[in-house]
Design a protein around this ligand. Structure first.
Ligand code: ATP
Length: 205
């Protein structure tokens, strides 16, 4: 199994990049997607969250109020640890299972594992062969996140300052894709790096 971890700061373009890898036939496992599935309406973990954190984290629809929970744990390390202890082991187990299922069923040349906070809390060292960082200028990162998430500039900056610095991320990357241009430029760069990964995994087999 050859696994490329895809990471980057908030709003850098990880999801857009992952979509393009999927479009060209590379299996993608995204930890955020798994976290959403595990805490969807009817999922046992949603009941655990309500039991531990309280009924007020449910929206009227019965769905998890993710923004409220994110806000709650953001400045409270103890609460954050409680949440992480609850959900991270399940996310980890699901991610490994999905990677193995793809490997067994699809025999892909490599797979993409989207790990938004790879450098902040890495539990995936043992499965990752390469690290790809999606990077863009911080002003763009802020603009794009504000447009997508209806967050204020201050909120985006607060999240950014809780993440590793851009310089650290770039220093730890094996490969970097700059996402300062258009979405189609990003897609072209993904196609180019795809060819490079194919060569790399052939050599390493
Ligand atoms: P998060 O860390 O918050 O999950 P992300 O890194 O997955 O974010 P995306 O959701 O892919 O980032 O991108 C953030 C926003 O910017 C989205 O609305 C996306 O459509 C847009 N976007 C991404 N790349 C570009 C680009 N090259 N040009 C214009 N908009 C872009």
């Amino acid at each position: 199994m050859f696994v490329v971890a895809l990471t980057g700061g908030i709003g850098s373009g990880k999801s857009e990049a992952a979509k393009q890898f999927a479009n060209i036939g590379i299996p993608v496992v995204d930890l955020d997607v798994i976290a959403h599935e595990l805490t969807a309406i009817g999922a046992p973990m949603l009941s655990d969250i309500v039991r531990i954190f309280g009924q007020e984290f449910l929206a009227e629809t019965g769905a998890l109020n993710r923004a409220k929970l994110r806000e709650h744990v953001f400045n409270q390390p103890n609460e954050r640890l409680k949440l992480q202890a609850l959900i991270h082991p399940a996310i980890h187990a699901n991610a490994l299972k999905l990677l193995q299922d793809h490997e067994d069923g699809l025999h892909p040349p490599y797979q993409i594992l989207v790990v938004p906070l790879l450098f902040e809390n890495n539990h995936y060292d043992d499965v990752i062969n390469k690290i790809l960082v999606i990077d863009c200028d911080e002003t763009l990162q802020i603009q794009r996140t504000m447009a997508r998430s209806k967050m204020t500039e201050a909120q985006v900056k607060a999240v950014m300052s809780a993440q590793v610095t851009r310089a650290t991320r770039l220093a730890l990357a094996d490969e970097i894709i700059k996402n300062n241009g258009s979405v189609s430029e990003l897609h072209e760069n993904i196609s180019l790096i795809h060819k490079k990964f194919i060569k790399t995994c052939i050599v390493s087999q």
